[in-house]
Each structure stands twice: as C-alpha cells, then as structure tokens.
Design a protein around this ligand. Structure first.
Ligand SMILES: [Zn+2]
Length: 313
C-alpha cells in the first residue's frame, strides 16, 4: 500500500507546491464552530477578483483580534503581527516579499526556536523565510499553504551573520542539504539540523514539519533517545533549502481548521518507502486519473470572516 500512497502524494504535491500537506484534503472538520461576525454578502467589486490578487496586495495586517480563519491552504489571518526584521537570534529574509507576518503564536515560536538554534555550534540563530502575508490568504506567487499565519519556512543555511543588509537578504541563497534527488543528505548536513528540527518537533505548538525524505530517514537512523518527536517530521517534496513548520490551531481559535494528526508511530518506515521510491521509481499507473486543473480561489471559497479581514484597517 506504500506505492499508491506515495503516488497520490506526488499528484497532490504537483498541485499544491510547497508545504501542501501529507494528507491533502484530510482535515478535522469543525462544523459546529461558532463563526465571528462577517458581512452577509461579498461586495460585487471584490467578487470578480481572485483571492490571491486581493490578499497579495495588502500591505498591512488588520487591526483585529488575532485569529486564523479556515485551513492552511484556504483561509486568512486576522491580526497578524510582523516578525521584526532582525532580532537577537534571527533575521527575516527576502523582505521585499512582505511575508514576515504571522499569528502571535507563530512569531513567539520562531523567536523561541531561534534561541535554541543559537546554541548550536556555528549557528547564531535562524534565517526565517516566508511566513504569511500581512492578512494571510492566497499568494500571487509560491505557496499553496501559508495562508493562516501558522506556517513558516526556516532556512537550512547555518546562521552565522545576523547583520545581513536588506539587499544581502534578497541575494543570498540558502543551502541545499539533499543528494540523489532527496533520497539522502549531502555534506551540508550537520547535527545542528537534527537538533533544531528535533526541538521544533518537540514543541507542543507544532503540528507538523515538512522536510525531504532523506533528512527524515537520517534523523530516524541517528536518534538514540526518545523517538516521539519523529512522528511530526513528515517527508515531502522539495524542502531541502528550508524546512516548513506548521503549527496547530491555537487553543480557542474556533474558526481555524486543523489538519488530521499524523498517523501513530515515528513514521520512519514510511519515510524509508519514500526514499525507496526515489531510488526506484514505480512505473506510472496507467489508470491514474489526470490531475484536476486547479481553479483560482475566490473570496467566496474562503471563510466568510476573510471578507472582514480584507476590509478591516
Ligand atoms: Zn513552506
């Protein structure tokens, strides 16, 4: 049953890109959740534009109570806060994208994790990639997820300098840790990567971490202590220049839709199966249905609260 799962996952990855999910569409529906006040109808002028055009051009967060609305790949974020561009143990990268915004729990988490990273040899903290747009929502370029202020990309590049200029943060690249298409790690891998991802996955705020399969297998093989944290490390396509942290919906955030938890166990056999599929790709399934063309999300596809988030100042 492993190959069909991986094949399905591949189809999903092609559709969703970075950090989609490892159980696409499988979420804990929350049908009984009370809804916050929302406009009864979407203004006509908004309904004709795609949601990514509307959210992708918002420069500032809404001054509302902080709330994630909807799911990681179909939602928005009220009251996001901005990760300071530079802190004692982090720098936000690619500032021109204006994606260093997240829910307060995410900003707190990243600052905490950067302090852990700063204790690793050769590391002074973390370089933080995309979190969310000021109001979350779909993006004009890149990610399918990162919409509710609870996803963040953390660079694999060892964070030595914390005095990078704005232009350096545009031009410097992260480093790739993969070899053989993600089946194995390369010489850029260090124990610090293991320790940082372990700390992230051990944090109760974290629901999942996406990283390339070879990294998970290496951590599985080298972990000699408690293995519970490995359950949250999920093999995924890409994710060799950064790892992707997904937080759970914060307590009480009733409009936020969690993803189903990862299957029980450390997931190491599944990660090894991904590696085996990379090394020996199964033949394409002649009966596989063609991938459905992806329709642009509109405001009507998002939770009703997103219309107020968009219009709030
Ligand atoms: Zn991501």
């Amino acid at each position: 049953m492993i190959r069909p799962i991986a094949t399905l996952a591949l189809a999903a990855a092609l559709l969703t890109g970075c950090g989609g999910s490892d159980a696409p569409g499988a979420r804990n529906a929350n049908p009984g959740a009370p809804e916050a006040a929302a406009p009864a109808a979407i203004p006509a002028v908004l309904s004709t534009r795609s949601a990514k055009q509307l959210f992708g051009t918002e420069a500032r967060a809404s001054s509302q109570a902080s709330r994630p609305y909807g799911s990681y790949a179909k939602g928005c974020a009220a009251g996001n806060v901005q990760l300071p561009e530079t802190g004692p143990t982090w720098q936000a990268m690619r500032l021109s994208r204006n994606r260093n915004w997240g829910q307060p729990v995410m900003i707190d988490f990243l600052e905490d994790l950067s302090r852990v990273a700063a204790r690793q040899p050769g590391w002074n903290g973390l370089y933080i990639g995309d979190i969310s747009q000021p109001k979350g929502g779909p993006m004009l370029t890149g990610h399918a997820s990162h919409q509710i202020g609870l996803d963040a990309d953390v660079w694999m590049r060892p964070t030595d300098r914390l005095n990078l200029s704005a232009s350096e943060r545009e031009s410097i690249s992260s480093v790739s840790l993969r070899r053989a298409n993600g089946a194995y790690t390369n010489d850029n891998w260090s124990r610090a990567h293991h320790e940082i991802m372990k700390a992230a996955a051990s944090d109760p705020r974290v629901a999942r971490i996406f990283v390339f399969p070879g990294a998970k297998v290496r951590m599985c093989n080298e972990e000699t202590g408690n293995r519970d944290w490995l359950r949250k490390i999920r093999p995924w396509y890409g994710h060799h220049y950064h790892f992707h942290v997904r937080l759970a919906c914060p307590p009480g955030a009733s409009g936020c839709v969690d993803q189903a938890p990862p299957p029980p166990g450390d997931g190491c056999a599944d990660a090894q199966a991904w590696v085996n599929n990379i090394l020996n790709p199964p033949p394409p399934d002649p009966n596989a249905p063609p991938p459905k063309p992806k329709r642009e999300l509109t405001l009507a596809d998002l939770p009703a609260q997103c219309t107020s988030v968009l219009s709030a100042r």
